[in-house]
Design a protein around this ligand. Sequence first.
Ligand SMILES: Cc1cc2nc3c(=O)[nH]c(=O)nc-3n(C[C@H](O)[C@H](O)[C@H](O)COP(=O)(O)OP(=O)(O)OC[C@H]3O[C@@H](n4cnc5c(N)ncnc54)[C@H](O)[C@@H]3O)c2cc1C
Length: 380
Amino acid sequence: MVAPRKVLILGSGTAGITLANKLRLLNKPSELDIEVIGKETKHFCKADSTMISLGFKDYKNSVKSVDFLLNNDITFTRETVESVHPYSRVVVTESGKQHSYDVLVIATGAVLHEELIPGFSDESKHFYDLQHSIELYKNLEDFTEGKVVIGVPELPVQCPIANHEFALMLHELLKERGVREKCEIHFVYPEDLLFPDGNISDMFKSKFDESGIICHTGFKLKDIIQKNKEIVSESGEKINYNLLVLAPPHRGQDFLLKSGLCDDKGFVKVDKETLAVEGYEDVYAIGDASNLPIPKTASAIVHSVKYLSRRITAQVKSLNFFGKYDGSVSCSIAVGMNNGITLSFSYTEKPRVPLESRADFNYKSYFSDTYFSTFLRGLM
Ligand SMILES: Cc1cc2nc3c(=O)[nH]c(=O)nc-3n(C[C@H](O)[C@H](O)[C@H](O)COP(=O)(O)OP(=O)(O)OC[C@H]3O[C@@H](n4cnc5c(N)ncnc54)[C@H](O)[C@@H]3O)c2cc1C
């Protein structure tokens, strides 16, 4: 392969910004041009969503401008990508402009599709974007009695255990308000386990039991009957609710569905050890846009960016590189008012049942500080 001189990154979210910054740290501007195409001017730290919706955080500290987050000597083009043409190494944006590249990285995340579940829109609340997190906060502000049903109708969704965190923290919030006895919390999950590893699933089940959260695993949501305020599973199980908080179904971007590079949900098919898109050695996908067999999390992105930036840098400098991406993830969540846990695993290593600690709680509570100052800057 001829040493690449231009990297084009699609998407100015967690993965796109972090990779651009890391590549800039590793390569001089005279060695490599870096262009990021993204349609947003602002970036929201989604890991703060649960805390914002529960009123533990002010959203204003969780949003920064993309211009500010990109290091010097990176071109940011604010446009929407319309199509990718890997054979001619060109990307077309909505203005009709053609953007060429030597290496292309697709980092356009996932799209929320509420309409895929009948009755979802206007009925179910969620915390999967900033606007809905703020709306949910308003719904919870004066919630003092009734039944809340929380959960995940289908996978994959971003950070599935954010839902576990939300349920456990809602329990704490209602306890603090002195109204927990007047409220029921139910948790629905489409798999039989609450986490792919059985030991971790058991750990969550015990936490839920201790907190009086009633679990409905293997609950594959079919319908939301708004007039009866009930959800119905494929097997006919019905649960009624006063407040419904469900993760919306996720899909890849429309332009990818048309590209032929993705699976039937629109997630780009990549080699799990090189991150290269199937059939190409100059096109990669990272973050939520990819079909990697790991949870869609920022804590996975930090490792994939580390790997891919080294791989691309070796190509730029015409060096040999035989490293393989190992699928590492290390994700922290709050599980109580002062307790958090961190789950670390990879393609080959199973997660160990973690100890609860104040340190993990603090890390999660102040995650956006690290995220904006260090993580996105490519310093991790
Ligand atoms: C509620 C919630 C809680 C979470 N909690 C955690 C957590 O505690 N820990 C953790 O590690 N992770 C967590 N995550 C997951 C983490 O936030 C995501 O995995 C991560 O942000 C995904 O980054 P990304 O770059 O792949 O996608 P995104 O950050 O979504 O970025 C994609 C970007 O591409 C842009 N784009 C899309 N299509 C186009 C187009 N056609 N043209 C131009 N631009 C386009 C989008 O506008 C967006 O800016 C959470 C996520 C959610 C929703």
